[in-house]
Design a protein. Structure first.
Lengths: 505, 331
């Protein structure tokens, strides 16, 4: 093992490897920054390039670069124009746009970059060190355990939503219901489709995200409409200071741990990691009331957590040959095209190449910071564009991005519909985040719960108590965790309310 | 630099940045040549699958090489949804000029007409085969540390405990589900079918011990078989393909059970000369060493069949699937 690790170091230190990684990172960032252009689509378009390059230490690090860059790139429109291009940036829209309005977009982008790169670095190192022992744990997570974790996540999101608990619950329930629209995953029978074929596949995440988060923001900007020549911000703001980064370091470490844990389990994914990282940071902060109002720590929490997922998804892929999501499925193809067959024998047969790739992945994070840093000034200037120009561009991006995501004209209707819901929710002071998470988690919970029922058969008590103790434990612990978190959050809310009154008095 | 000049530069630059990925798609589309021999512009291949699946990868491989034989690129357009019906519908609606093709498999082509409601197109009327790219033969797999060493043992256990033996499959009416239903039908067995999202997760469920057996295309479990973790109990077809392992015919199934055919189709009404041009290009592809090597590395065979011959296969499939679904529905 040590020998192949050393041989891997030797293989990875090549100039052409780094040039290709840089290219991948840059392409990934640009694609990620384009709303609607998901990392999966970007990689799918670029995967033939890696086929044609006959060297595994070029083709695969290139794709990994696209992956890393893409997940970070999604934070750029989330911060600047409140438009999460992919689910991974869902928690970045809580604080990013608020920072931009305060003229601190540059700080926010740099925090996003550094948090992403640091989290990527640590989770990659963790992957490299833990790949062998962790592989055994992965298989312990079947549908019952994932269903239990999804249930726990739903409860956590419900009790920690901003504003009154009942409003959070309403939005969450609405999101879950929206997720049920479309073909039932087990019998393929249509539900809530009103006989239309457009709704048969259910709603797509991208138009919901853009509709709920970006359109209300655009509406607000149009309504304010200040004088001619007004800008979102007159300057891009200061750079991130080192002490600010240092202050967020505990948050980054926490989010990295959360993201890595979620990454190892196939099927959970970046949106849940980002949300959980954000909630954990808010919960352990000394000033949770600043979260959601332009808190740099919130950006760090969300962006570190979603990027920390990237490295560990390689564990089940490389050791078991099991891709956890579409991105790793593409990587699986890329590995096979290079004559490497992921699975239990991969580390023995081509340990040096695999470690070479993993080491290149770790070292790529240095390039990540440099390339990201060079692109920030360009992106950040978006806010200095005149509002009369920026708003039309934003609207164009919202619609084009929605259409681009899967080329379905009906998604435009969805976008407008959810835009109206988002505007109404903002007027009535409802938080839309629980709705999106309800949408994402609800259908996953339904699917994994259905799988669990299929596995259990008739004798589900025996199934829960003998075969699936892990699931049973999580399910039993959920109300306790929910109650404790809920109480804490009520205290925060009261304190914030008292402070507001003090200030206004 | 004056502020207004800076602004223009920035807008222009950011526009270029945002446009770049679009150009990757749209760039080649812009070429419009005067009337010449077909194909005079890029051909669009609709794939009704999600990005990242094995069919997506196969399509990416052959489209990368076919341009050499067509003289124009073949571009993939992903149109996932409705179990593949959405993309297929789009292809049937396209002008039959040979510039829009669709990549599907036999289940989507012939089986789904019986299993999913579809009032929008008739696959037999509206689509014609260009080529069968290759096929896959399914295998029944178990863990080596599990209780089953032969198919006979598994079958006996399933008969003793109906509805108790768990099998993981990759989705309703898909590549693992259909052969399992045919086994249940032909051998009068009942399995507890547990759905997963794709063949990878279905295999993972077997490895984790969540289910008792599963199915897979041998290439996708070759590594696990070598590592001594997975055992193959039977393989599709009339002949044995793995030494010492019975074929599906030997265990009492029809010779067609458990085959997946990956096919490129064109909307009916495409001019004969254009169809022939496409078929010739795919025939020529079969002697391209780079293509053959790439498919080999993916673990896919290159058992090509000309579209004319495959049309006969479709008729047979249509009859068989119809009988299967009627038999299941009648229960």
């Amino acid at each position: 093992m040590i020998e192949s690790l050393l041989a891997g170091v030797d293989l990875a230190l090549r100039i052409d490897t780094f040039i290709w990684i840089s290219g991948g990172l840059l392409l990934g960032m640009l694609m990620g920054a384009l709303p609607g252009f998901t990392t999966t689509m970007g990689m799918s378009v670029l995967v033939p390039i890696s086929f044609l390059v006959g060297d595994p230490l070029i083709g695969i690090p290139f794709l990994i670069g696209v992956y890393k860059g893409g997940i970070y790139g999604g934070s750029v429109p989330a911060i600047l124009i409140s438009m999460p291009g992919t689910g991974a940036s869902i928690a970045t829209v809580f604080d990013g746009p608020a920072l931009t309005r305060k003229g601190r977009s540059r700080k926010a982008l740099e925090m996003s970059l550094f948090a992403s790169a640091i989290a990527d670095f640590f989770s990659d190192v963790l992957t490299l060190v833990m790949i062998v022992p962790v592989a055994a744990i992965v298989l312990g997570f079947g549908p019952p355990e994932i269903a239990a974790v999804m249930f726990l996540s739903l409860v956590i999101i419900a009790v920690t939503a901003t504003g009154p608990v009942i409003k959070g619950l309403i939005m969450l329930g609405l999101g879950v219901w929206v997720g049920f629209v479309g073909a039932d995953p087990f019998s393929a029978l249509a539900r809530y489709t009103f006989g239309t074929s457009e709704l048969y596949d259910g709603f797509h995440l991208i138009p919901i995200l853009i509709g709920l988060f970006a359109l209300p923001e655009i509406f607000k900007a149009v309504k304010e409409g200040d004088g001619p020549g007004a800008r979102a911000a007159s300057f891009v703001g200061e750079r991130l200071r080192f002490d600010e980064l240092k202050r967020s370091f505990p948050t980054i470490v926490r989010s990295t741990a959360i993201g890595s844990g979620i990454g190892v389990v196939p099927g959970l994914g970046q949106p849940i990691a980002a949300m959980m990282g954000y909630i954990a940071a808010k919960n352990s902060s000394k000033h949770p009331e600043t979260f959601g109002k332009g808190e740099l720590d919130g950006i760090a929490a969300a962006e570190a957590a979603n990027n920390a997922v990237n490295g560990p998804t390689m564990v089940p892929l490389l050791t078991l040959g099991i891709p956890g999501d579409a991105v790793t499925a593409l990587l699986l193809g890329a590995f096979m095209m290079q004559g490497l067959r992921p699975g239990p024998t991969l580390l023995e047969s081509s340990g040096d190449v695999v470690f070479g790739i993993l080491i290149a992945m770790v070292l790529a994070n240095g390039l990540f910071v440099v390339i990201g840093y060079l692109t920030i000034p360009l992106f950040a200037r978006v806010v200095t564009i005149k509002k009369s120009l920026l708003i039309p561009i934003t609207i164009m991006l919202a619609f084009a991005g929605t259409y681009l995501a899967r080329g379905n004209p009906f998604d435009i209707v969805t976008l407008i519909g959810f835009g109206l819901i988002g505007i109404a929710a903002r007027e009535a002071k409802f938080d839309v985040a629980p709705m999106v998470m309800g949408f994402i988690l609800g259908r996953e919970l339904e699917y994994t719960f259905g799988q669990t029922l299929a596995l259990a058969g008739d004798d589900w008590i025996r199934f829960a108590l003998t075969e699936r103790l892990g699931m049973t434990t999580v399910v039993l612990a959920t109300p306790v965790i929910g109650l404790m978190l809920g109480r804490r959050m009520t205290r925060f809310r009261k304190r914030a309310l008292a402070r507001d009154r003090e200030q206004s008095a | 630099m004056s502020p207004s000049l800076l602004l223009t530069t920035v807008v222009r630059r950011s526009a270029a940045l945002f446009a770049l990925p679009w150009l990757l798609f749209a760039g080649p589309m812009a070429q419009q040549a005067a009337l010449a021999q077909y194909p005079e512009k890029p051909i669009t291949l609709i794939t009704p699958f999600a990005a990242g699946g094995s069919s997506d990868l196969t399509a990416r491989v052959f489209t990368s090489f076919i341009s050499k034989y067509l003289g124009r690129p073949m571009l993939i357009k992903l149109v996932p949804g409705q179990a593949g019906q959405k993309g297929t519908l789009e292809a049937t609606k396209a002008a039959p000029d040979g510039y829009t093709l669709v990549f599907i498999d036999n289940y989507r082509d012939q089986l789904h007409q019986y299993t999913f409601r579809n009032d929008y197109y008739d696959t037999n009327e509206d689509l014609v085969t260009v080529v069968r790219i290759n096929y896959g033969q399914i295998a029944i797999i178990v863990r080596t540390d599990g209780p089953y060493e032969t198919w006979a043992q598994l079958e006996a256990d399933a008969r003793a405990r109906p509805g108790q033996i768990r099998m993981s499959h990759s989705g309703l009416w898909a590549a693992l589900f259909v052969p399992a239903r045919r086994i249940m039908q032909n051998l009068d067995l009942r399995f507890r079918m547990v759905p997963y999202r794709g063949g990878g997760p279905a295999k993972a469920a077997l490895m984790a011990g969540d289910v008792d057996f599963s199915m897979a295309f041998p290439a996708t479990v070759a590594v696990d078989v070598e590592a001594g973790k997975v055992r193959i109990l039977a393989t599709a077809g009339p002949e044995r393909t793995v030494e010492g392992v019975p074929s599906f015919v030997e265990i009492g199934l029809s010779p067609n059970t458990g085959y997946i055919h990956r096919i490129v189709m064109a909307p009916s009404g495409v001019p004969e000369d254009r169809l022939m041009r496409l078929r010739r290009a795919f025939a020529a592809l079969q002697s391209d060493e780079a293509y053959l090597a790439a498919m080999r590395r993916l673990g896919e065979n290159t058992e090509y069949m000309d579209g004319v011959d495959y049309e006969a296969v479709r008729i047979e499939q249509s009859r068989e699937y119809g009988e299967l679904v009627r038999a299941i529905a009648g229960q």
